[in-house]
Design a protein around this ligand. Structure first.
Ligand code: GRF
Length: 249
């Protein structure tokens, strides 16, 4: 399969403009809204936080251009539909033989080629991985430099790399990456964990930090109770991170 069918789209999705001047005044240069592409795999509570912040005008000059889910049954799909946000299911296939080389861009999976075409078609400026459970290839990421951010339910050092994180009280704890980072923190017996929003690089959960917050682990915490408290923080962090990225784009 080639990307040709996607390249043949002739129609354009217009960008929303917003007034940057005083009410009633025409701005000298009309600004475009920042268009988000939100990638989800599950419950989508962080997607909901973004939808709410935009609807409540806590996040201005930002719109969700497209939600992509690799899971047709993800509850986040229903959240998007309920708020009239465009949403599409992209099955994530990595069958032998489904990989092919895109000239000069390295190798992307067939699903990544589809995802790329959709993000470009919908003129996405910033890609937010909000509970997205698939690893994106170097070739895919190279197309969107500093335009892909991820929420990770643990604490990462400032530049994202290394194996030790120094908490606000000066203690040193291991860096928990990959799947089950909440459980990893509980199993390690640390007193504090948290959440981090960071730029995505080819190494998993190892990109430069945009913002993060610590969450105390309390006696009797289970993976579920701790993850719920972390998510409550994440709902604020993801909005803050998008706001910060908007001023840098
Ligand atoms: C979040 O805890 C995020 O840190 C992790 O996946 C979870 C997604 O939750 N990557 P939700 O789907 O937004 O509710």
């Amino acid at each position: 399969m080639s990307g040709d069918i996607y390249e043949s789209f002739a129609w354009e999705i217009p960008r929303k403009r917003h007034a940057s001047g005083k009410p009633g005044e025409m701005p000298e240069t009309p600004q475009h809204s920042l268009r988000l592409g939100v990638l989800i795999s599950g419950s989508g509570s962080n997607l909901q936080a973004l939808i709410d912040a935009i609807e409540n005008k806590q996040l201005t000059e930002v719109e969700i251009a497209l939600v992509v889910s690799n899971n047709a049954n993800a509850y986040g799909v229903q959240r998007a539909l309920k708020h009239n946000v465009p949403v599409i299911y992209v099955p994530w296939v990595r069958l032998a033989g489904a990989q092919f080389t895109v000239p000069q861009k390295g190798e992307m999976s067939e699903s990544e080629v589809k995802l790329t075409a959709l993000l470009q078609l919908f003129k996405v400026d910033l890609i937010v991985l909000a509970g997205w459970m698939r690893i994106l290839s170097t070739a895919f990421l190279e197309q969107f430099p500093r335009q892909v951010i991820n929420l990770h339910p643990a604490l990462l050092p400032d530049d994202g790399t290394g194996h030790i994180y120094t908490t606000q009280d000066g203690s040193q704890i291991p860096v928990f990456r990959g799947l089950h980072a909440v459980k990893q923190a509980l199993d390690a017996g640390v007193k504090v964990t948290g959440s981090t929003v960071h730029y995505v690089t080819p190494e998993v959960d190892a990109g430069p930090v945009i913002c993060r917050e610590e969450v105390a682990i309390v006696p009797g915490d289970t993976e579920e109770s701790l993850h719920e408290r972390i998510k409550a923080i994440e709902h604020r962090l993801i909005v803050e991170a998008v706001r910060m990225c908007k001023s840098n784009i």
